[in-house]
Ligand binder design. Structure first.
Ligand SMILES: Cc1cc2nc3c(=O)[nH]c(=O)nc-3n(C[C@H](O)[C@H](O)[C@H](O)COP(=O)(O)O)c2cc1C
Length: 300
């Protein structure tokens, strides 16, 4: 079967992406990145950001909490230093962008439109910053305004990465679709708090974002719900550790999947997911992804 997936004007070699913030910029493990559908960059902002104070990661039995806080080199250094190197990868490069005002998203989209990027992932869902981030993503009107502005400033494929924190993502997904998004990614991390045993916050940034296996049932629920609400493709993310998890996400309605925390445990995790999916399709003689995507609802 043809493993390719097309979203907007971008064709990916297969449906597996490395999620933002968990695979550097795809440069540390090029032999893995080269065989994925694509890599999603860490969030890029207009200005460089140092991120939150350490500690930034806290492990718990079901996953981790992180409070990285959008550390990144800023769009100019990203375009000058990082992008030319990621372009040498054989996979698609999706740039995740984050702003602190609606206008900043427009500026980032316009700046990156003149660069060779395959798609933008508009991050309206970061839980680790005091302004913007998930606060934007909770308001359908703001999601619509940001998406419309980005759409008007770029010809690239536009993917909106939604939050599921204190909001019905079916509503924000509809807002993104109405404003011209080519796809939505669901979910980003969920708000979390870890204490140090003496009643004080463990993470330097105080609150963090929960990721890893604990997220999967809720992420699947969100994918199922959002896929029923919109016509544009849904990219599933949250607690995907192996090919079995990825199949669940495709069955629930995701056209593509993103592997996040699993890559921090095993840098080959996303490739293992793709190898396992390909093996499953071969064994079951699947004619195409349409046979698998959304079958949970069709079978109900
Ligand atoms: C350390 C870390 C950094 C992250 N940085 C970003 C980021 O910059 N932009 C973004 O949209 N998501 C970011 N995420 C969220 C992931 O891309 C993903 O949506 C989330 O972790 C859920 O998937 P997972 O359970 O497979 O990790 C980050 C996650 C982690 C663990």
């Amino acid at each position: 079967m043809n493993p390719q997936v097309t979203i907007g004007r971008t064709t990916f070699a297969n449906p597996v992406l490395a999620a933002s913030g968990t695979f550097e910029f795809g440069l540390k493990f090029p032999s893995v990145a080269n065989r994925l559908g694509g890599v999603v960059s860490k969030a890029i902002t207009l200005q460089p950001r140092a991120g939150n104070a350490p500690p930034r990661i806290c492990e718990f039995p079901g996953g981790i909490l992180n409070s990285v806080g959008l550390e990144n080199p800023g769009v100019e250094e990203f375009c000058a230093e990082v992008l030319p190197r990621t372009r040498k990868l054989k996979c698609r490069v999706v740039v995740n962008i984050a702003g602190f005002t609606v206008e900043e998203y427009g500026e980032l989209a316009a700046r990156l439109d003149s660069e060779s990027v395959d798609a933008l992932e508009v991050n309206v869902s970061c839980p680790n910053v005091k302004e913007g981030g998930a606060l934007f993503g909770q308001q359908p009107r703001v999601v619509e305004a940001i998406t419309a502005l980005v759409r008007s400033r770029t010809a690239r494929t536009v993917i909106v990465k939604l939050t599921a924190n204190f909001v019905d993502p079916a509503e924000t997904a509809k807002a993104a679709e109405a404003a011209g998004a080519d796809a939505v990614t669901i979910i980003n991390t969920l708000f979390g708090l870890a204490l140090d045993g003496n009643g004080r916050p463990f993470l330097g940034g105080r609150n963090g974002g929960i990721s890893g296996p604990a997220l999967k049932p809720f992420a699947l629920f969100c994918v199922d719900r959002v896929a029923a609400a919109v016509k544009i493709p849904v990219i599933g993310c949250g607690g995907m550790m192996d090919a079995g998890d990825a199949l669940d996400f495709l069955s629930a309605g995701a056209r593509m999947v993103q592997v996040g925390t699993a890559s921090l445990v095993n840098p080959e995790a996303a490739l293992d997911v793709w190898t396992g999916l390909r093996e499953y399709c071969r064994k079951h003689r699947a004619a195409g992804w349409d046979e698998i995507v959304g079958r949970t609802r069709r079978q109900a």
